[in-house]
Design a protein. Structure first.
Lengths: 78, 693
C-alpha cells in the first residue's frame, strides 16, 4: 500500500522515496545536484527546534532544508 | 595542477599532506573561500604547482565560490596558470554524491586523478569499495588514501608523476541537441595552446550547463545563452534530465563497485546529533558554546591585552628615547605607536575568536549552529549561515565581512554585510567604558549598573542589526529567501595544528588589512592634530583641576587642522549635544573607533593609560556657556552614536573589496550615519524635553 505525503509532514525515522520536487528553476536544480531527485530513498531524521529546518538522510549523508522547501516535495511511503 | 572536491571531502587536508604547506582545514561547507597554492615534488623530483580550489558540489557556477572554481578550471583567471591536470578529492564514505562533481570534472577532459579519501571512515561504516571496478568505469586512476593520517599520499604523488598523464575518455548520455550545440560553440572558443579538441568539447559542454558566465565574456557567453534558450523551448526540463542521467549513471556504478554492510547502524555522529540537536538540549548547548566564546573574548583575553598594551607603550617609549625630543619623537610615540598600538591591542581577542571559529568549523558544529539558528535568522530574512559573520563581528566587522563569502545567495550576503557593523565590535569597548565611567559616579555600588548599561549597548546593536536586515530584505534587496540546502557533515575530531594555523593565518590577515590602513591614518591624524603648530609649547605638567587644562588645550589642539575641522563641523553635531571637542573625537574615530579615547586624551592633555584622569577631565569639562559638557545625557547621546555609526575606515575598505563597488560602502556609511545621528538627536533632544539636564 503506497501513500504520498509531503516531506515536511514526515515523522522522525520514517523512510520513503521521493516522488517529485514540486518546484522549478534553480532551487530544484540545486537540490537535484545534491542528490535529492525523484526516485531517491530518504530517511527523515529530525526537525530543528522551533519549527526550523529539517534534516534528511539520503545517499549516505545528511542534508538540511527548510520547511518551506520541504512543503512542496512529495514522498511516497510504503 | 588543480585540486578540486566537495566541501568536507578532506580536500584541504590532502593539499596539506601533498605540499607540506600547513593551512586551512575546515568542516563548515565552503570554508576554503580563496584558492591556495603550494608546490610538491614529483617522483622524478620536478616541482609541481598545485592550486587548492574552493570546495563545491557541482561545476555549474551558482555561488561566487563556485564561479571561481569553474573559472580556474577553465584557465580563465589571468593570474593563475591554466591547469594541465586535475586531482579530484572524493570522500569514500560519501561516494555517491561526491562522484557527481567528480564525473563532471572527468568529463571536462583534463587528465584527472581521483584521490579516494577517508577510506578509514568508509570502512568503519561498513562500506567496501572495489577500486579496480571504479577505475574501469571512471576511466581514470583512482588512488585510495587517508589524508589525515598521511596514508596513500605517496601513491597519489606517484600517480601524478606519470608523464604524460592519461586523458580520460568518460562518455555519458547527453540530452538531445547538446552535441549539436557543442559543435556550434567549438569554433568560437579561444584556442588552447595544445589545440586539444577533446578538451574544447568538454569546455563547451560545461559552459552549456553553467548558469553564469565562467569568464568567457560577451560574444561567446551570448551564444551559450542562445543555445540554452533553444534547449528550454525544444527540450523542456533538459537541465534536470541531465542531472538525473548523471545520477542514474552513478547509481549503476555504485551498484557494481560498492558494497555496504549494516547500512542502518547509526553512526557515532548521528548519536551525537540526537543529543546536540535535541529540541530541548540543542539551544542550551549552543548558548553554552557561545557563552564560552564570549567569556574567552571578554575575560580570558583581557590580561593578554593589558600585557600587550604595556609592551607596546614600553617599546614606544624606548623607541622614543632613541630619538631627539621634538616632532619626530612625538610622531613615533604618539602617532605611530599610539595609533597602531590601538588596534594591535585587540589581537588577543581576535586570536581567541578565530580559534573558536576554526574549532567549530573543523569539528562540524558550525553547520549545526546554522541548522539550529536558521529559524531565527530566517525570520529577519537571513540565512543560518549569516550567523557566523555576525558573530565574528562582535570582535571585529572586518573578519566578519570576510566570512560572508560562504553565503551562497548574493542578496543574503549583501544584507549580512550591510548590517554586520552594527554588532558591537571590540573597538567600541574602550569608548563605551570611558563614557559609561564618565556618566556614573565612581564607587563599588555602580559596578552592576555599569555592566548592565554595557549589556544594553550590545543588545541594542544586535537588535538594530536584525531590524535593518529585515527592512533591507523587504525593500531594497527584496526577493524570496533562498533555499537553505546545506550538508550536515559528520562530526570530526579537531585537528589542533590546523586550527592553530588557521587562527594565526586569519589573525595575520586581520593585522595586515587593518594595520596598514591604521598606520597611514595614524600618521595623518597625528599631523592633523599637531599642525599648524601655532605655539610650539611644551607639554604642560599634569594639573589636577580639569578646567584650567581645558582652556590651555583649546589654544593648542584647537588651532590644529583637526581642531579647525572640529570647529567647522560642530554645527552638524550641536543638536546631539556635542561641542567641537567631541566632534573632533568623532572625526578622529573614523580611523578606528577607539581612537576617540586617545584623541580626547590628547585634547584634554591627560595620560591615556590612566582612564581615571580622562574621566576626571570629562567631569570638569564645561561648555562655552559654563554648563557641564559631559552630562549623563550627553554621554548617552555619544554612546548611542557609537553603537550605530560606521566609524571605521577598515570596514569601509573591506566592504568595498567584497562588494566590488563603492556604491555599497557609501550607502552603508550614509544610512548608518543617518540612523546614528537621528537616534542620538532623539535621545539628546528628547532627554532635554523630559527634563534630564
Amino acid at each position: 500500500m503506497e501513500k504520498h505525503v509531503k516531506l515536511k509532514d514526515m515523522r522522525t525515522g520514517q523512510r520513503g522515496v521521493v516522488k517529485d520536487l514540486g518546484m522549478e528553476g534553480r532551487e530544484s536544480l540545486r537540490l537535484m545536484e545534491m542528490g535529492l531527485l525523484p526516485g531517491t530513498q530518504i530517511r527523515f531524521v529530525r526537525r530543528a527546534p522551533l519549527g526550523g529546518p529539517l534534516e534528511v538522510e539520503m545517499r549516505g549523508f545528511h542534508l538540511s532544508l527548510r520547511a518551506q522547501e520541504a512543503a512542496s516535495i512529495r514522498v511516497s511511503i510504503r | 595542477m588543480a585540486l578540486v572536491g566537495n566541501p568536507n571531502s578532506g580536500k584541504t587536508t590532502l593539499f596539506n599532506a601533498l605540499t607540506g604547506l600547513r593551512q586551512k582545514v575546515g568542516n563548515y561547507p565552503g570554508v576554503t573561500v580563496e584558492w591556495k597554492e603550494g608546490t610538491f615534488y614529483s617522483q622524478h623530483g620536478h616541482p609541481v604547482r598545485i592550486l587548492d580550489l574552493p570546495g563545491s558540489y557541482s561545476l555549474n557556477a551558482r555561488s561566487p565560490d563556485e564561479k571561481i572554481l569553474v573559472e580556474a578550471l577553465l584557465g580563465r583567471i589571468p593570474v593563475l596558470p591554466e591547469p594541465t591536470a586535475v586531482v579530484c578529492c572524493v570522500d569514500a564514505s560519501n561516494l555517491e554524491r561526491n562522484l557527481y562533481m567528480a564525473t563532471q570534472v572527468i568529463e571536462l577532459g583534463l587528465p584527472t586523478v581521483v584521490a579516494l579519501n577517508m577510506m578509514d571512515v568508509a570502512s568503519s561504516r561498513g562500506i567496501r569499495i572495489d577500486v579496480e571496478q571504479l577505475e574501469k568505469r571512471l576511466g581514470v586512476p583512482v588512488i585510495p588514501c587517508e589524508a589525515s593520517h598521511g596514508k596513500g599520499i605517496m601513491e597519489v604523488r606517484l600517480a601524478l608523476s606519470q608523464h604524460p598523464l592519461p586523458v580520460p575518455t568518460l562518455k555519458m548520455d547527453k540530452p538531445h541537441l547538446i552535441s549539436e550545440a557543442v559543435d556550434d560553440l567549438l569554433p568560437v572558443l579561444p584556442h588552447r595552446e595544445s589545440g586539444n579538441t577533446l578538451l574544447s568539447r568538454g569546455e563547451a559542454r560545461l559552459m552549456l550547463s553553467c548558469d553564469e558566465d565562467p569568464g568567457f565574456g560577451g560574444p561567446i557567453w551570448t551564444r551559450v545563452l542562445l543555445w540554452q534558450q533553444r534547449f528550454d523551448r525544444e527540450v523542456p526540463g533538459w537541465r534536470s534530465d541531465w542531472i538525473t542521467a548523471r545520477y542514474a549513471w552513478i547509481g549503476e556504478l555504485m551498484h557494481h563497485s560498492v558494497k555496504r554492510f549494516n547500512p542502518n547502524k547509526p553512526t557515532l555522529s548521528e548519536r551525537a546529533d540526537d543529543f546536540l540537536l535535541h529540541p530541548w538540549i540543542g539551544f542550551p548547548v549552543l548558548a553554552l558554546v557561545m557563552g564560552a566564546l564570549f567569556y574567552c573574548i571578554f575575560t580570558v583575553a583581557v590580561p593578554f591585552m593589558e600585557a600587550l598594551d604595556g609592551l607596546i607603550a614600553w617599546t614606544g617609549a624606548n623607541a622614543g628615547a632613541l630619538l631627539p625630543e621634538g616632532q619626530l619623537r612625538s610622531l613615533v610615540v604618539d602617532g605611530i605607536f599610539g595609533g597602531v598600538g590601538g588596534i594591535v591591542v585587540f589581537l588577543p581577542q581576535i586570536l581567541f575568536l578565530f580559534f573558536f571559529i576554526a574549532m567549530l568549523e573543523s569539528t562540524g558544529y558550525m553547520a549545526r549552529a546554522a541548522f539550529i539558528l536558521d529559524r531565527l535568522m530566517n525570520r529577519v530574512g537571513l540565512h543560518g549561515r549569516s550567523f557566523i559573520p555576525l558573530l565574528s563581528s562582535y570582535a571585529c566587522a572586518v573578519p566578519g565581512i570576510m566570512a560572508t563569502r560562504t553565503i551562497e545567495s548574493p542578496k543574503d550576503r549583501l544584507v549580512t554585510i550591510l548590517v554586520a557593523p552594527f554588532m558591537t565590535c571590540s573597538a567600541r569597548l574602550p569608548v563605551y567604558l570611558v563614557m559609561i565611567a564618565a556618566m556614573l559616579p565612581t564607587g563599588p555600588g555602580h559596578a552592576l549598573t555599569k555592566s548592565l548599561i554595557l549589556l544594553i549597548l550590545y543588545f541594542l546593536g544586535t537588535i538594530v542589526a536584525l531590524v535593518f536586515a529585515w527592512i533591507f530584505r523587504k525593500t531594497l534587496l527584496k526577493g524570496p529567501s533562498p533555499t537553505m540546502v546545506m550538508e550536515l557533515p559528520p562530526y570530526r575530531l579537531p585537528r589542533w595544528e590546523s586550527i592553530f594555523h588557521e587562527m594565526f593565518d586569519r589573525s595575520w590577515m586581520f593585522l595586515k588589512r587593518a594595520g596598514t590602513i591604521i598606520f597611514a591614518l595614524s600618521i595623518l591624524l597625528w599631523f592633523m592634530m599637531n599642525y599648524p603648530n601655532t605655539e610650539n609649547e611644551q607639554i604642560l605638567p599634569m594639573d589636577q583641576s580639569g578646567q584650567e587644562l581645558v582652556i590651555e588645550s583649546d589654544a593648542g589642539v584647537g588651532k590644529s587642522f583637526a581642531g579647525m575641522l572640529g570647529h567647522g563641523l560642530e554645527p552638524v553635531f550641536r543638536p546631539l549635544g556635542y561641542d567641537w571637542r567631541i566632534t573632533m573625537g568623532l572625526i578622529s574615530s573614523f580611523a578606528a573607533r577607539e581612537v576617540f579615547v586617545s584623541t580626547m586624551a590628547i585634547i584634554y592633555r591627560v595620560d591615556e593609560e590612566e582612564s581615571d584622569s580622562l574621566v576626571a577631565a570629562f567631569r570638569g569639562s564645561k561648555r562655552e556657556d559654563g554648563s557641564q559638557l559631559f552630562t549623563p545625557l550627553t554621554c548617552t547621546s555619544v554612546l548611542v552614536f557609537f553603537v550605530f555609526a560606521l566609524q571605521c575606515i577598515s570596514t569601509i575598505a573591506v566592504v568595498r573589496r567584497e562588494t566590488q563597488s563603492w556604491r555599497w560602502p557609501i550607502f552603508q556609511f550614509c544610512y548608518m550615519f543617518a540612523f546614528a545621528w537621528i537616534t542620538a538627536f532623539l535621545v539628546y533632544q528628547g532627554g532635554q524635553l523630559l527634563g534630564f539636564a
